[in-house]
Design a protein around this ligand. Sequence first.
Ligand code: DNO
Length: 356
Amino acid sequence: MKIIFRWFGSNDDSVTLEQIRQIPGKPGIAGTLGDIPAGEAWPANRIDALKKQVEDAGLKLEVIESVNIHDSIKTGAPERDKCIENYITTIERLGSRGVKVICYNFMPVFDWTRSDLYKKLEDGSTALSYEQKEIDKINPENIAQTISKGSKGYSLPGWEPERMSRIKELFAAYTEVTEEKLRDNLKYFLDAIIPSCEKYDVKMAIHPDDPPWGIFGLPRIVRNESDITKLLSMCSSPYNGLTLCTGCLGASTANDIPAMIRKFADRIHFTHVRNIKIHSEGDFNETSHLSADGSLDLYEIMKAYYDVGYTGYLRPDHGRMIWNEQARPGYGLYDRALGIAYINGLWEAINKGNRA
Ligand code: DNO
């Protein structure tokens, strides 16, 4: 496996490349150009500048998280063909500069959703949390304001103010989009882009819906094993793959993460490894990565990756805010660096134990 660290760029991240370089094992970077609106082609000079910046810091840029999908592609609106053409241009530009994996999602309107970005845990740290009854109280038009206000000035991935200002319009665009249509639209997108992915050796890695159940009446199609089986079989190229996010899928007790890793092994190109504490179905908060702190067994997860001979990319995911760090919710340095140290420890122990 190749360990990497998500980095939002020098204007949008409190963590620096120099800090990342000092994390044990010197992870690579999952980078992005977050200011380029979904639907536009990423300019070659911007990609070059990002790559140079990462490489000048002694790190590698082989994963992009994310190249976002324009809503017209998800709803099947007429502008989708232009947006897909631009997406292909982005794939070609990224691939010819050494990018191997693009992480993306196909969630309507919102990326991940939480009811609290700073839930106080009993040790005084804070973490992202999700309580269904709080979500049910919210008019989705206001959740955008609530979430961005709570983010202490950081723009949140998938919650960009420009998109959220069009939220009414976006909801309206999805009224006719059933799960079946959304799936057809994903297939249309994949059929169009995968030949370029194959040519430029760029693997697509879809991120599951977070949380992995329906919210606000919007359709969802990447929630569980059956959804994933459908999406992988709708386009059988290995370039149509997964970002297996343990904490995201793991929020539903019906999802057995080690079993999913074993089942989908050859199509997992990227994994987010994190832990969550489930209080009851539909209510959870994020925790440190440690198995004992949450509901997921990280040893069993890493063992499954070891057993399938995982060689893809892995990153720690959402950390808590600890030691008074001020950072983008979920994306501080300290708790994610602890996560990497722990994951490396599990991996080394599994590896050496296996040889004994
Ligand atoms: C949350 C992330 C997601 C992920 C996107 C991929 O923190 O895991 O925002 O990057 O869903 O497009």
